[in-house]
Design a binder for this molecule. Structure first.
Ligand SMILES: [Zn+2]
Length: 246
C-alpha cells in the first residue's frame, strides 16, 4: 500500500526498545492505527521530540495491508497541547478521552469521533481548571453516544412512560437510561436539573456550567461506563480521573 498522509492525534506513545517509540494514532481518514517511529527516542531524531500523547499533526506512514504496525515516515506538528500535562485533572481527563477512542475506535474512518476527540483535547488544553470536570464528563457522554451506547433520557426504560421534565426520576444503569420511581422504587434520585444536564451532554449540546450535583454526575458516568463499555476490562484512566476530582 502507498504512503498515507493523514491528520492524526497521538492517543498513546510509549518507548520501544532503546531508540524507538510505538504510537497509537487516531487518524481522520484511517481510524485507529499503530505505528512505529524508528529512532524517535534519539536526541537528534528527525521527529524532534514531538511524539507525545494528545499531540496532533499530519502523519505519514506506510500502511501495509494485513499488518498491525505501520512505519511512521514523518509527522508534521500542528498542535502540541503541552498545557494538558500541567494539570492532573486535565491530564487524566484527556487520558480518559484517549483511552475511550482507542478502545472503541476501529481501523475504519470515523470523522465524527476524530472531530469530537480533537475538539475535546483543544478545550481541555485551554479550559479554566474549575470547569475541567464538566468538560471531560460531557465529552465522555458525547463519545458514549457516538459509540452507540446513548442512554435513554425521556422515557422510562421499564414501562416506557414519558417522564415530564420536572419529574424526579431515577437512573437504571443496567437498563440504559432513566426510570420512573414506580419501576425503580429505590436508588439515587435524578433531580430534574441533573437530568437536563445529562440529556444535554448525551446530545452533545452541554453548556459549560458547574454541575448541579457533581458527585451524582460522577457516579452516573462511572457506573454507565463500567456497565456498558468496560465490563470485561478496567478503564484505567477513568479511576485516575475520578480520583483527581476527590
Ligand atoms: Zn416506569
Amino acid at each position: 500500500m502507498p504512503l498515507v498522509s493523514t491528520r492524526s492525534i497521538i492517543l498513546q506513545a510509549f518507548p520501544y526498545g532503546d531508540t524507538s517509540k510505538i504510537l497509537r494514532l487516531l487518524t481522520r481518514e484511517h481510524g485507529v492505527r499503530s505505528v512505529i517511529a524508528k529512532g524517535a527516542q534519539r536526541p537528534k531524531s528527525r521527529f524532534g521530540g514531538v511524539l507525545e500523547s494528545f499531540t496532533e499533526g499530519e502523519a505519514q506512514f506506510f500502511a501495509r495491508e494485513g499488518r498491525d504496525l505501520h512505519t511512521l515516515g514523518g509527522f508534521d506538528l500542528l498542535k502540541s497541547r503541552q498545557s494538558i500535562g500541567r494539570n492532573l485533572v486535565a491530564f487524566t481527563g484527556a487520558s480518559l478521552i484517549a483511552e475511550l477512542a482507542l478502545r472503541f475506535g476501529t481501523d475504519e474512518p470515523q470523522p465524527s469521533i476524530f472531530q469530537t476527540v480533537a475538539d475535546s483535547l483543544d478545550e481541555i488544553a485551554t479550559a479554566d481548571a474549575h470547569l475541567l470536570q464538566e468538560i471531560v464528563i460531557s465529552d465522555v457522554w458525547v463519545l458514549v453516544s457516538l459509540f452507540g451506547f446513548r442512554p435513554e433520557m425521556d422515557s422510562c426504560v421499564g414501562c416506557g412512560e414519558v417522564l415530564p421534565p420536572a419529574a424526579t426520576a431515577r437512573f437504571d444503569v443496567e437498563g440504559g437510561g432513566v426510570a420512573c420511581v414506580r419501576c425503580r422504587p429505590v436508588g439515587r434520585a435524578l433531580d430534574p436539573a441533573s437530568r437536563r444536564e445529562l440529556r444535554q451532554m448525551v446530545e452533545g449540546r452541554a453548556s459549560r456550567h458547574p454541575f448541579t450535583s457533581p458527585s451524582l454526575q460522577r457516579a452516573l458516568v462511572r457506573a454507565f461506563l463500567i456497565t456498558h463499555l468496560a465490563r470485561d476490562y478496567t478503564l484505567r484512566s477513568l479511576e485516575m480521573f475520578l480520583q483527581q476530582l476527590g
